[in-house]
Design a binder for this molecule. Structure first.
Ligand code: S3P
Length: 425
């Protein structure tokens, strides 16, 4: 379906954003393999996290969904049972990669598969180290693409330097590590989101983090009740909308601000955004707060290196902010963006160019020259939730109307996005 939108004269609102996607996946996965019952409150009922629940149920876990709450009845780390059918992860990279760590070396066969986007995404980054540990995993195209087959094996140990700064890869190995005979030692390339280390440690796993070095010993884990804060990656759309629109004031409630996710805040601050933080809270070991964003005059900036993993999902919306910033914004070291739900470098550069922005594409990023101008047109999300929503925010400020094909892709991470956008007055 497609959706057409015109710009708005003012942006005013008080928004409660959806629960964090990364934390919702982890809360239900880890509690499903822990011992004991747990209540996960404010769980994200987006398509990706529902795929995780469906996969865990096929593995014999009893999970009850009641409104925005999820109840798990975990029976311990070895308790999963052989599934009767293929485990379908839909569009969810976090599900396929983290579940691979949970399924590696089990004493039954099973297959993880997903949609056409998942089948294109690189999987050997997890299969290779899991097989080095002793799992017997294979996949299409020299172990690069789903479907992924699990054929038993015996997890022993691993010492490994991660070739990419990826929380999905790191988490997959940590999950295999707690079930391995002797544990694992891994080294991150750069710091990536640390939700897995925090939550598993809180559940009793023996995990030691020393800078980029992570040691995981064989561990049993106990269930924990968890309250999920709002998703900073969803809040990012309103932080940028409020910053680039010339008459805005938007309150965004309960935003998770774990520093391994908060690169967008540093970047917007550097660009001169007006962000006010209040009401700091702790959500089951994760910091959160309310953020008030107001109109501002942004300046261009450089984003590269260690900062990239801290804002990897926010680059499409940061690129839009850069169109309305004075001077140049240079984004480099971000080649990973080509391996997300879509090739987010080329699709972002292409739609922005077609809408009249001044953008240059690099293999590992882009350069945007601020012109304070976007025209309009018809653009596709290409089934990518973050592109669909970036186009939605662009429509609030573009000169002419923007029509978005396949706008419902946003449901993967942000059910209710278009209602929130329409309600901003
Ligand atoms: C995620 C990690 C990131 C991110 C994805 C969610 C996670 O992927 O892009 O949306 O929950 O661990 P990578 O770890 O592959 O960079």
């Amino acid at each position: 379906m497609s959706y057409s939108l015109n710009n708005k004269k003012t942006l005013r609102g008080d928004l409660t954003i959806p629960p964090d996607k990364s934390l919702s996946h982890r809360a239900v996965m880890f509690n499903s393999i822990a011992q004991g019952e747990a209540r996960i409150s404010n769980f994200l009922m987006g398509e990706d996290c529902l795929s995780t629940i469906s996969v865990l149920r096929k593995l014999g876990v009893n999970i009850v969904v009641d409104g925005n709450n999820v109840f798990t009845y975990g029976k311990g780390i070895e308790s999963l049972t052989p599934p009767q059918e293929i485990l379908d992860v839909g569009n969810s990279g976090t599900t396929i990669r983290l579940m691979s760590g949970i399924l590696a070396g089990r004493d039954f066969k099973c297959v993880l598969d997903g949609d056409s986007s998942i089948r294109k995404r690189p999987m050997n980054r997890i299969i290779k180290p899991l097989n080095m540990m002793g799992a017997n995993i294979s996949a299409k195209n020299n172990n690069e693409n789903a479907p992924i087959e699990f054929n038993g094996g015996n997890l022993l140990d691993l010492e490994y330097d991660l070739p990419v700064a990826s929380a999905q890869l790191k988490s997959s190995l940590i999950l295999a590590g707690i079930r391995s005979k002797n544990g694992i030692k891994i080294k991150e390339k750069d710091t990536s989101r640390d939700h897995t280390e925090r939550l598993l440690s809180n559940m009793g796993a023996d995990i030691n983090v020393d800078g980029l070095n992570i040691t995981v010993k064989p561990s049993l884990i106990e269930s924990r009740d968890i309250i999920v804060p709002g998703d900073i990656s969803s809040a990012a759309f309103w932080m940028v909308a409020g910053s680039i629109h010339n008459d805005s004031e938007i309150m965004i409630r309960n935003v998770g601000i774990n520093e391994t996710r908060a690169g967008i805040i540093s970047v917007l601050n550097r660009m001169g955004a007006s962000l006010e933080f209040s009401n700091k809270m702790d959500y089951s070991g994760e910091p959160a707060c309310d953020i008030l964003v107001k109109s501002s005059n942004l300046k261009g900036t450089n984003i590269s290196g260690k900062e990239i993993p801290l804002l990897i999902d926010e680059i499409p919306i940061i690129a839009l902010a850069a169109v309305f910033a004075e001077g140049e914004t240079l984004i480099t070291d971000a080649e990973e963006l080509r391996f997300k739900e879509s090739d987010r470098i080329s699709l972002t550069v292409n739609w922005m160019k077609d809408a009249g922005a001044k953008v240059e594409e690099f293999q590992d990023g882009m350069k945007i020259t601020g012109t304070n101008y976007l025209g309009g047109g018809t653009f596709s999300s290409h089934g990518d939730h973050r592109l669909a929503m970036t186009l939605g925010i662009a429509s609030l400020i573009s000169q002419e109307s923007i029509t978005i094909n396949d706008h419902e892709a946003s449901n993967v991470s942000y059910p209710g996005f278009w209602e929130n956008l329409n309600n901003l007055g």
